[in-house]
Design a binder for this molecule. Sequence first.
Ligand code: SAM
Length: 329
Amino acid sequence: MLLDSFGRVATDLRVSLTDRCNLRCTYCMPPEGLDWLPKPELLTAEEIMRLVAIGVERLGITEVRYTGGEPLLRRELTEIVARTTGLRPRPQVSLTTNGIGLARLAGALAGAGLDRVNVSLDTLDKDVFVRLAHRDRLRDVLAGLSGAAEAGLLPVKVNTVLMRGINDHEAVALLEFCLERGYELRFIEQMPLDAQHGWTREGMVTADEILAVLSARFDLTPADPVERGSAPAELFLVDGGPARVGVIGSVTRPFCGACDRVRITADGQVRNCLFATEESDLRGAMRAGASDAELAERWKAAVRGKRAGHGIDDPSFLQPARPMSAIGG
Ligand code: SAM
């Protein structure tokens, strides 16, 4: 088991397949992009599968989510998903993507056994999209969402980050859009994980604000809290249900006490928290000839040192050196 010193057990593994992305969302990276990891530093598909298999077969991982950067940019994605769903005990396998290219790939991914997809969509307005993501790709994202639904990757989940003065007027429109199509929407508070270090508390649209705006238009009732478990989203039935909306108050309503996540970056570092300032190098150990048992021990030690909380409110808080795109959101 991946047990930490506070008794939490990590069962949900997020694996970043690349730090590259075809968008430049303001809350993540600067318009000019970043220096991408050199290819020799990236885990190969074989190395990824070796670590994922160790996680599932030896360390109690039950859910594997592929992310990035943009995971659809990784050419071996379908093969990686198929090999992951072939592991025993079979983990749940999901993908977080910006949706660009998903229209073309959704069928193959569903065929490989992918269970779920989260598509990031922050706006329905072409001009706002360009302002926020610095690329004119809204049509591709919307096509990706439809493609996921047609391929049966249901319920399609949508992630939205609201930014003050940019897209915060769209909360109601985004929820209406998702309700009409049967997508499940989750609003995520913006976290201090952008490469530019431009996050400010005042700029963050809080869970309270989001709920106030939505409540003016919809009747929101808290969904069964038992169902939430370790999930970060507080879920609400919309107009009596069954449709739901989630709000992830990562900063103002932290859920660290129930956290069951662990991450592997695209260059093979274990991170026990999005906000960890230390990492444990599995790639180096693997390339130096470590056995599966040795890698599992290293991974366990990395999780044991997980802090109680992300500490964003502590005066001593330091934003991690890696931005979200290089951690794997
Ligand atoms: N490229 C994929 C995508 O767009 O979904 C996967 C990686 S992206 C880093 C994963 C999620 O993290 C996206 O939903 C994105 O909106 C969210 N995200 C990125 N930076 C964030 C930040 N600073 N605060 C909150 N969420 C963030």
